[in-house]
Ligand binder design. Sequence first.
Ligand SMILES: Cc1cc2nc3c(=O)[nH]c(=O)nc-3n(C[C@H](O)[C@H](O)[C@H](O)COP(=O)(O)OP(=O)(O)OC[C@H]3O[C@@H](n4cnc5c(N)ncnc54)[C@H](O)[C@@H]3O)c2cc1C
Length: 552
Amino acid sequence: MNEHQDSSVIIVGGGPCGLMLAIELGRRGTSTILLEERATPSRFPSANATQARTMEHYRRLGIAEKVRAEGLPPDYPTDIAYFTRYTKHELARFGLPSARAAREIVKTLLGSWSAAELPHRVSQIYVEDVLRAEAAAIPQVTLRPGWRMVAIRDTGDGVEVDAEPSLGGGRVTLRAAYAVGADGGSSPTRKSLGYNYFGERGVVRDFMGGRMFAIHFRSPALYGVLPHPRAWMYWTVNRDRRAFMAAVNGIDQFTFHTQLKPDQRPEDISDAQAKAMFHEAFAAPLDIEIIGRSTWNAGYTLVADKFQRGRIFLGGDAVHLFTPTGGLGYNTAVEDAVNLGWKLAAVLKGWGGPALLDSYETERQAIAMRNTMYARRFADSVGLFVPPPELEDDGPAGDAARKKTGEHFNTHARFEFNIPGITFGGRYDTSPIIVSDGTKPPVDQPNVYVSTACPGGRAPHLWLGDGRSLYDALGSEFTLLQLGANPPDAEAFRAAAQAMNMPLSVVPIAGDEARELYEADLALIRPDQIVAWRGNSAADAAAVLRKVVGYG
Ligand SMILES: Cc1cc2nc3c(=O)[nH]c(=O)nc-3n(C[C@H](O)[C@H](O)[C@H](O)COP(=O)(O)OP(=O)(O)OC[C@H]3O[C@@H](n4cnc5c(N)ncnc54)[C@H](O)[C@@H]3O)c2cc1C
């Protein structure tokens, strides 16, 4: 860090993207200041799903167990269920394991779900609490809640960020080598760079396309009144109040989201009207206490035209806005932070080359376009379904309508909520820091993941004989896997890495299983667990390492 700088990196925004980035940087010894305009964190639960890939990153950082302990009680099922109204007919259900069961089941799964971690259904507020505490405990990270960025400048050899206390007070100018705007959908950083989103906004659907209204409420009696088995996510399908409700703590807290009619304005909705909307979906008397309310827009498929200018980067909602179907916004934001974190730290430490930082936009913009497109398909699948008029009728016509609707949502639930292909299958094939071996990756599919060590994708996972995940054996930066019984000597890689001051762990994994999975004797794994190169000879070690850290 230069003596005129306050830190190496300044992050604007302390949501999941900013906090994760602070941890990635801080754990690598990179001094980081994080400005967050809120003096106290939002307590309104928004995201509900932490995808398996995000959990694998939390595991890499040693915090997966802390996150999995949050939210619903350990034995609470994470089913997704569909009803006409919550106390009336159940139409469809996708049963999913509790947090306790997920820990055990993951060790037995093969194929698409061969993974170190399964998803965890937990409210974003609890995840952020864990991330914030982790970031705060790192000596190199300074969290500054209650500080708003008001101007940001790239000075050529660094950045300047003007900040002031959100509650009033004197303005300060902070200096760093790099800055990152992780400041959400209305991103003042993105706006100051003059970048826009492109894509689709204002899509209108029967549901999940329009202005949404949400309440966070407490009701200790709800589970006693509900005549159906417990679920994590409850949806209603009927002709006058479509909604979804997520269990927040599995005891007495829930969020309820419904779509407003085009002429309804959220600020005009009284608490009594909000409760009436809930009761329309619940269809039985129940006392509820509103804790908070919120509005949001469904129908966005937006990606920013640029993710970087000079020394200023953007991540998270600042560069992509989703309809939350599929639960991908926060998860994509976390992966942005993972991708950018090691690259910034590598450049600051001197082993990252000139092309390394530019690869962030190439890699992450493609993923943002892919993931927002998937979310849009899920929104169409749920939101364009028009409930039949007889759906709530007694008698054969009603039965038939419910059967047909149930079939649709049984299929839909598995389409939207069983997504190993999306979570594990994101790839960086066009990246300048991936060394292609000429093989073609499997076709990208949302619900199927085909494990492949074709460079550019997630390192294939397996459980080692000692019960550890392969990922637990990887080093914290680059790792060279020596696979199988007789792998080539790794000395050329060691020597080349040493000459570049690049941290490299060499990890032998004996046995045929790993060798067969990777289809090579050697595989180079990036700090974000992406395969950067694979091969059967170490002859090109120096050229390979130069390319994967942005020198070639
Ligand atoms: C109803 C709903 C359900 C959702 N469900 C899911 C889900 O299940 N899974 C999923 O992956 N995603 C989901 N999402 C999306 C998810 O909530 C967001 O994608 C996620 O919060 C983005 O994180 P972020 O860090 O990029 O931005 P944010 O969480 O928006 O954080 C940005 C932060 O920047 C701060 N900030 C802004 N301006 C300044 C400034 N000038 N100075 C300092 N600080 C500033 C803000 O106060 C804020 O704390 C859902 C969203 C909604 C609305």
